[in-house]
Design a protein. Sequence first.
Length: 299
Amino acid sequence: MNPTLIRRSCRPVGRSLLAAAALVLPSLLPGGGAEAAGSYRVKPGDNLTVIARRTGVSVSALKSANPSLRSAHLVRAGQVLRVPDRVLPGRSHRVREGENLSVIARRYGLSLARLLAANPNYRGGKVLRVGATVKIPPRTVGAGSRATPARTGAAVVRTASVRVSAAPAASGWLWPVAGYASISSDFGPRIMDGEPEMHYGVDILAPHGTPVRAARAGRVLESRADFARGWGWTVVLEHEGGWITRYAHLSATLVRAGETVTQGQVVGRVGNTGRSTGTHLHFGTYLRWNPKDPLSLYD
């Protein structure tokens, strides 16, 4: 069977870098640059209407941000104008396949905490189903920033160099959810509920109820509801060589503590339980309880 390509989400870029990238507007400026973030250098042939359309603000907003324009109707080439931020109205978003709340928040430039505040019904772990409607609250965007969601494959997901297949990788590890390889949150530091934390695993997007397979043969250490630590329904397996794997946020566990499992045996089903923001599998790997990036095992 042909290997399936893993797709990973982009790590959040620093706010200052995002602002600079959004505000410079290189395709619009002579020489490919602006005088400063949030500014626009007037090109030959520009007028206020053209500049307003290019920067996504109104003519009146441009005049308010640039006192020299209040009594003037013309701009001169080379003049640098300040471009104000924009306040976008609230709207609704229809959930598409492969999305969870973290993905949607990134697409609209929101924190996860702000999106949850606008959709309190999802705070308790309610399943986010394809076709559901999520409220996007009003938000302020920097000058030149996109007013529409980023397209999948552009800013939200990227292609990693790691490949997996339905059969075990050369290293002997089996991918836990056959046919699903989109990663919504990588191993390492991230922001969750507005706070920085370390994420000791990867979040694999898959539909509710998708079978979860044991990555290696081993013994079941845990098979229980662990809501105290946010895992929800979780299965933990012990393997040879000191390896341990965790499968969390499940909708069901299908093994019992103390049982022996074979590689590829279904140990649970994908869900959205515990401290989760959408339907996915949290897959964690540890060597003698030292966290390791799961994707490093599939080279």
